[in-house]
Ligand binder design. Structure first.
Ligand SMILES: *Cc1c(COP(=O)(O)O)cnc(C)c1O
Length: 356
């Protein structure tokens, strides 16, 4: 039986990515060497790095003046790399959950951080609206998809100041107007590759403005100058990322991804609303994530939670448990999750409802 993988991260990857990376682990680019054994400076791997960067630019239609970097350390490392590079003394953050909080905590080491709005009052189950961003900040930081709470900012807006976005869990799920952002970053392990590589898309003009001295590895300009090869990059995850990027292209690009993601999300949210046992945790439709679909048992069926979890597990569903801070269930419907898996979950919910 095929296991349906709804894990929030690390998460499902396209079968092509898994198979091609597995093959390269045995014999990379006909070198007779494993991808794990080759020099990152070999011409074969340099070609992988260059193609991955080019594919980012093509798929996201990245304008001139931006650079794409592949770094180690995770999105959490970017929480301090960003203020290090971009914050002279004041920045603004939108508090939409745990990741935003972690990002803010690091920025506070560098100066004043303005929390422009927060959805903490309702367990982060909505996206704050109608807030004002102070116009004297060095940048405004948003988390476009809140992996834990299942909320998502799905449009690229102008806030009048340089915009920075954590897109760890929704990159490549929709077209992005990169020109609206000074910097976009994310860990790859949600929608792109196995854990170990972090992507950064940065506008070159945004750099070099802070007065502090930067450690070499923290300075984005180091990695721009060396094409993400200043030190040893995460070779295997970068290769896997390239395989995913090629798969996205073959599928028709990010516009097509968005269509499929909208369709998958609609099928699941509709069932959550229809089914008497469940309800979504995010009430406002416009705020609902297309990537992490969170739902809980209705109050009168609360005691069935564990039963449903066991029932779903028995039916080949993996990774459905909601984050410990939210409870209930979370079905992550990343690009690589087939529509068939969403339908299998809906069938499972219907069957369970019929039994009760
Ligand atoms: C998972 C996640 C992170 C943390 O990523 P790491 O690579 O583990 O540091 C940050 N932001 C968001 C939105 C995430 O989903």
């Amino acid at each position: 039986m095929k296991t349906h993988n709804y894990s929030a991260g690390p998460s499902i990857l396209p079968q092509d990515t898994v198979k091609n990376t597995a093959a390269a682990l045995i014999n990379f680019a006909d070198t007779g060497l494993s991808l794990m054994e080759v020099s990152h400076r070999s011409k074969e791997f340099v070609a992988v790095m260059n193609e991955a960067r080019e594919m980012f630019k093509i798929l996201l239609d990245i304008p001139d003046g931006y650079q794409v970097l592949f770094l180690g350390g995770g999105a959490s490392t970017q929480f301090f790399h960003i203020p290090y590079n971009l914050m002279e003394k004041k920045s603004a953050y939108l508090n939409t959950g745990a990741w935003a909080n972690k990002a803010m905590k690091e920025a506070k080491l560098f100066g004043e951080v303005v929390e422009v709005a927060s959805s903490k009052d309702k367990m982060y189950n909505y996206i704050p609206k109608n807030f004002e961003v102070p116009q004297d900040v060095d940048y405004f930081h948003i988390t476009t998809n809140n992996t834990i709470y299942g909320t998502e900012i799905k449009e690229d807006k102008d806030y009048g100041v340089p915009l920075v976005a954590d897109m760890s869990s929704d990159i490549f799920s929709r077209p992005v107007d990169v020109s609206k952002y000074d910097l976009i970053y994310g860990g790859a392990q949600k929608n792109l590759a196995p854990a170990g590589v972090t992507f950064v898309i940065v506008k070159e003009d945004a750099l070099g403005k802070v007065s502090r001295e930067l450690p070499t590895m923290v300075d984005y300009r180091t990695h721009i100058a060396k094409d993400s090869m200043f030190n040893t990059p995460p070779v295997v995850p970068v290769y896997a990322a390239l395989m995913t990027l090629k798969w996205i292209k073959a599928m028709g690009g990010v516009g097509e991804m968005q269509k499929i993601n909208e369709e998958k999300a609609a099928i699941l949210y509709d069932e959550i609303e229809r089914n008497k046992l469940f309800r979504p945790t995010v009430e406002l439709k416009e705020d609902r994530s297309l990537m992490n679909i969170c739902f809980i048992m209705n109050d009168e069926y609360k005691e069935l939670e564990k039963d449903f979890f066991d029932f779903a597990t028995l039916h080949g569903m993996s990774g459905l448990k909601g984050h410990r801070s939210v409870g209930g269930f979370r079905a992550s419907t990343y690009n690589a999750l087939p529509k068939a898996s969403v339908i299998a979950l809906v069938d499972c919910m219907k069957e369970f409802e019929a039994k009760h």
